[in-house]
Design a protein around this ligand. Sequence first.
Ligand code: 13P
Length: 235
Amino acid sequence: MIIAANLKTNLTREKTLHYLQEVEHFLEQNGVSQEVLVFPAISNLNSHKGQLVVGTQNAYPAINGAFTGEIGYEQLEEFGIKTILIGHSERRHILGETQELLALKFNFYKNLGFKIVYCVGEPLSVRELGHEKMMEYISAQYEGIDTSYENLIIAYEPVWAIGTGLTPTLEEIDSIHKELKVKSSAPLLYGGSVKVTNAKEVMALENVDGILVGSAALYAEHFCTMCMYAQELDK
Ligand code: 13P
């Protein structure tokens, strides 16, 4: 299974270091052999040795250059970062990233051999239009994306479930994952209000290959418990 923590715009450099050390120690002590990914805030990126893999929440599709406020491959290479999150709903909706830009980023980092966690998911207004419209909306988020890329992980994160404490039912998660798996055989994570209290049942679903966790992952202890659940399921 794949357990990923998106720390978003949280924690300082020092706190992130402690966080990574705590998680790393836990994985080692408890023999967790699952794939664990952590995406710290960009200013907190650093070289990391160990079992868990540190990835970036964003990067511009360029080696370097005049892209004020962005980082490129050169800044990732310094720390040996080879994993990137692309298409997160906060970047689509708050930062206004278009599907065109996301496809550019995807192809740029794909050509560099990065592991890509690519996010898709619908806002509530789209979900309310019914299943067909919702699937059309999600399908458009696959445009320009090589769904057969060997280093691809997809994360389904319904926008209305992010940071709200709301989640689709287990049946809904499993059935939409089943539909999304037809589009790509890449591992498919679920994200959106995953907590210690629901992580195990979500991960146990047939069509779920892991989880992408935001707020609950800010507590290293909670994230570690979820890693332990994944180990117990060992799918
Ligand atoms: P929450 O777990 O806080 O709902 O966030 C999910 C998310 O956006 C992970 O990328």
